[in-house]
Design a protein around this ligand. Sequence first.
Ligand SMILES: [Zn+2]
Length: 214
Amino acid sequence: MTILQIRTVPDPILRRKSRKVREVNDAIRELAQNMVATMLEAGGVGLAAPQVGELKRLIVLKLPEEEDARILVNPEITRRDGEREVEEGCLSVPGFLGTIMRSERVKARAVNEWGAKLRLTADQLFAQALEHEVDHLDGILYMDHLKSHEDLVDLSKLEESEHRHAFEVEVEDEGLMKSRGEKRVLTAGDMQDGVAEVKAEKIVGASETDLEKL
Ligand SMILES: [Zn+2]
């Protein structure tokens, strides 16, 4: 298996539309296995073929709670229900995180690496990842769904963020947060007498932090 190079913005291939896979053959299976290895190496939840420079409608996904990766050829979302706000990131846009709306539930169809037809019903992270990866096949990046540029956070500039937000929150006990698998993302904060006065804080659930890597 080969670890492939993950293309990052502004590589123009990320903006192109991928072509349908006409035949699920050994070459596709090999590409899919290499994509799975690349995704796992990068600690990602999903990866689409254009992210490794192949304009083919092929995605791989591995949800944190699942043992095996899924290989989906020619995936199509056939139904979207509900809306929810999510934190999202992308292996092709390293160092950024954005808040966007995704569907609560999606139905999709695809074929697997052996050409068998699949019908999928997904919610939560699975639905989000499916929408994110299928978007890649159409040259769409999650930033295209941002309502404003303020919804995109440059993780390297958190401390010097110009966009300080007005609200203040009390910081929960960090040990408790860790025990729940949560992580604190600060955009600006001060520590006074052991009490943090935090401006613009986001509490990100563990499964959602994995979305830095879709
Ligand atoms: Zn992505």
